[in-house]
Structures are given as structure tokens and as C-alpha cells.
Design a protein around this ligand. Structure first.
Ligand SMILES: [Zn+2]
Length: 304
């Protein structure tokens, strides 16, 4: 399973920094942390898309586009090095700090969306759930006050939160087919709907079950919920109600999809009715310990 190997053993080979960048750009590039990120996900089409998005930047001089693209690519390859790209935008294109930060974030979000889309397709994942970041999705953050279009986009994206959509198509939002993190100013993201949740009798491979578990252990509420279901049915994992309660309990505590929380709570209560009170206490203790050891994560595009 090459994708699994990719996932578990991401390349951490540092990229070389050369070229005649200014000392502060070079410093930012060299200081980039070793992030577990697999550069092979940055495919030709991801690069082409990035180049196009750089070329489309308003007010960017053509002579700077190449250097900005280089910096953008390098920061994407570094996992998500917003600081490096911001520094390059300030140094090379003479942008203000705020504008540079915003453009760096926007270029990254678009690249991330494309990478995720390609990867999910290669994993056989067809659907995702739209996640609103609880930060306004405004088209132009520099205007003194939001325009009607800003407000419309933001409220449409807010309403899209938690909605399931076909990755190939996107979600019909604000009068058009859209994908999270793509529209100007959009800070939304997505969570994949894991494919082996349906049909119920599908047998997950050992490798998939492992990946699944990895996601659940990283705090992915969808994976936790699905692992709970599998623990009830014994699909791919040993049948274990106590373990199922544990996963449902975690999924119920997870954020941010209200519909999933409701399902997880229902499933948890159903499983609880099959447990002795001693087992129930053990399961709850297991959740408590897990929550203690795993501080909540924010499922949203990272801010600088
Ligand atoms: Zn948005």
C-alpha cells in the first residue's frame, strides 16, 4: 500500500536553499522547521495551480511573479510555512505585512485544498464535509467595512458548515459550485468522509483499518465514530462494546459537526445499554484519561 507508506513515513528530507534571495528571506527559508510533510503530494497540477494563483495576484509585477512562485512553492513543500512566504511577499513584492500575511494564507489554503482533493481521490474518498472556520470568509479584508458580497459569502459559508458534498463537484454555495478554502478570503476547510463507512458489509483492509485508527487516535471525530461502529459489528476490529462506547464517547465530545455529535451520542447510549455498570465506568474512565492526554485540536486552516 504505497499511500499508507506515504502517510506513515513522510519524507523529511530538507529542501536546499540557494538562489540570490535577500538575507531575511534566506533566513526564513533556512529556519523552516522540519515538518512531517510528504513533498510528493505537491504534484504537477498542484504546482500549475499555484503558479496560476500567483500570476492572478492583483498588483503583483510580472518580474516578481517567478520569485514569488518559487517562495510559495518552497513554503508549500515545507508543509505550510506561512512565515517564509509572507517574508518573501514583503521583501520581493514590497507588500504590507497584513496584505502579505493574507495572501500567503490564501495561496496556501488553495494549494492545500488541491492537495487534499487529489489525495482523497487517490484514496477512493468521494465525499467531504464542509467546515466553517468561525472566522469571516470575506472577499476583501482590506476594505474599511464588509461589502454586501462579503456578507453574502460569509453567511453562505457559515450555513455550509457541516454539509456533506461530493468532492469532485463541490457544494452549491452562494449561487455556484464551490469548494472550501478556494474563494477569495475563504477560511473554510473540509473533512473527508471515509469511504469504508458504506456499505456496512464492506470489509476494510488491514491497512485501511490501521489508517482509520490512526485518524481516530489523532482526534478525528468521524474516524472515531466509524471505529465505534466497527467495534460494535466487529468489522475489521474485534467486536468490543466497551471499546465502541469509548470511541462513540470521544466522537460525541469532538467538534465541530452537530449532526455527527447527535449520531455519536445516540450510538453511545445504545451501546451503554449493553454494558454492565462496571464496564460503563471503565469505558468512561478510559475516555477521561484519553481526553486528558489529548488537548482539543482546532479543525480549521491554521492561522499564522
Ligand atoms: Zn469560507
Amino acid at each position: 500500500m504505497s499511500w499508507l507508506r506515504r502517510l506513515l513515513q513522510p519524507s523529511t528530507k530538507p529542501t536546499e536553499v540557494k538562489k540570490d534571495y535577500s538575507p531575511s528571506v534566506r533566513y526564513a527559508m533556512e529556519a523552516m522547521p522540519t515538518i512531517k510533510f510528504d513533498p510528493s503530494v505537491v504534484t504537477k497540477s498542484v504546482k500549475a495551480d499555484l503558479r496560476r494563483n500567483v500570476e492572478l495576484l492583483a498588483g503583483l509585477e510580472k518580474k516578481h511573479a517567478r520569485q514569488i512562485y518559487d517562495a510559495a512553492l518552497r513554503s508549500v513543500l515545507a508543509g505550510r510555512d506561512l512565515r517564509m512566504l509572507s517574508t518573501a511577499l514583503i521583501e520581493i513584492a514590497g507588500m504590507s505585512r497584513d496584505r502579505a500575511a493574507d495572501i500567503a494564507r490564501s495561496l496556501h489554503n488553495k494549494a492545500t485544498e488541491q492537495i487534499n482533493r487529489e489525495r482523497t481521490v487517490s484514496l477512493g474518498i468521494t465525499h467531504a464535509i464542509w467546515l466553517y472556520a468561525n472566522a469571516p470568509c470575506m472577499k476583501d479584508p482590506f476594505s474599511s467595512c464588509p461589502t454586501a458580497a462579503d456578507i453574502r459569502q460569509d453567511s453562505a459559508h457559515r450555513a455550509a458548515n457541516g454539509k456533506k458534498y461530493e468532492i469532485a463537484k463541490g457544494l452549491f454555495v452562494d449561487g455556484k459550485w464551490a469548494r472550501p478554502g478556494v474563494e477569495e478570503g475563504c477560511k473554510c476547510s473540509a473533512r473527508s468522509v471515509l469511504p469504508w463507512t458504506t456499505p456496512a458489509d464492506a470489509k476494510p483492509s488491514a491497512a485501511m483499518a490501521l489508517w482509520y485508527r490512526k485518524c481516530a487516535e489523532q482526534g478525528d471525530a468521524i474516524a472515531q465514530y466509524n471505529l465505534g461502529l466497527d467495534s460494535v459489528t466487529g468489522r475489521g476490529v474485534p467486536q468490543d462494546y466497551l471499546q465502541a462506547y469509548f470511541w462513540f464517547d470521544l466522537a460525541a465530545a469532538g467538534k465541530p459537526q452537530a449532526d455527527l455529535t447527535k449520531l455519536a451520542v445516540e450510538a453511545r447510549e445504545e451501546v451503554a445499554s449493553h454494558l454492565s455498570s462496571a464496564d460503563l465506568s471503565r469505558a468512561q474512565e478510559r475516555t477521561r484519561k484519553w481526553v486528558e492526554g489529548h488537548p482539543p485540536k482546532l479543525y480549521a486552516p491554521e492561522e499564522e
